[in-house]
Design a protein around this ligand. Structure first.
Ligand SMILES: *Cc1c(COP(=O)(O)O)cnc(C)c1O
Length: 222
């Protein structure tokens, strides 16, 4: 084992243990939670180490980088795109990303639906309403979901969010959980929650996150 192998392996074990204990504290089963290893900016050699350690879900923020890594890893991986979307990159992103977490613009959703036979997506919701950080305004979420779930080729799995910078993540994730519970009433299949990063995933798990996206705690500082 190289020292990088050993480092990543130890980090992954520590994170896995923390996921299990956060799930247990929340009265949830750890199997309900998918760990997405966010490999953005790290070399493909690191992604291959994670693959050898059993990780199959990988998250990337850029089309170019994600498509290269996708082509160098075995076919049994699930690739997640969670970055800001540029309309002219959608076709390329859809070619490698199995799940797109950052849909927050109806024009992107419509275009994506026209490009694919079927694609899994999350709708990103804003927890701080600050411009530039992405996400549908909660007041507009109901209408947005109505439009996006009507698109033939998209399967909306649930809501995605990033914790605000100016508020404790737990409070923000409580609002996300409430939003999710509201959404489920009209869209029962849209129940999953993609939330939680290296510094706040335990709070996200306590509020029902089904997908957590962790980079730096596994691979180190970028
Ligand atoms: C980079 C990124 C992550 C992972 O962040 P870490 O703090 O490194 O765990 C998760 N989600 C999104 C949307 C990101 O951009």
């Amino acid at each position: 084992m190289s020292s990088r192998d050993a480092e990543i392996s130890a980090n992954l074990q520590a994170i896995t243990a923390r996921i299990v204990s956060a799930a247990e504290s929340a009265g949830r089963s750890p199997e309900e939670i998918t760990l997405i290893a966010v490999t953005k900016t790290f070399p493909v050699t690191d992604v291959k180490i994670l693959y050898e350690l059993g990780v199959r879900d990988f998250g990337e923020n850029r089309d170019q980088e994600g498509s290269v890594k996708f082509s160098e890893l075995p076919g049994d991986c699930n690739w997640h795109f969670q970055g800001q979307i540029q309309s002219n990159k959608l076709k390329s992103i859809a070619a490698w990303a199995d799940v797109i977490h950052s849909i927050d613009d109806i024009s992107h959703a419509k275009k994506l639906s026209s490009l694919v036979a079927s694609k899994e997506i999350f709708v990103q919701v804003s927890l701080d309403n600050l411009p530039g950080r992405g996400g549908v305004n909660p007041e507009q979420l109901h209408d947005f979901l109505g439009e996006v779930t009507a698109l033939a080729n998209l399967n909306v799995r649930g809501l995605m969010a990033v914790a605000p910078l100016d508020e404790p993540p737990l409070e923000a994730f409580k609002r996300l959980k409430t939003l999710s519970e509201t959404v489920i009433k009209t869209h029962p299949n849209t129940w999953e929650i993609s939330a939680g990063m290296s510094n706040d995933f335990e709070a996200a798990i306590s509020q029902g996150a089904t997908h957590i996206r962790i980079g730096s705690q596994i691979l180190g500082v970028r």
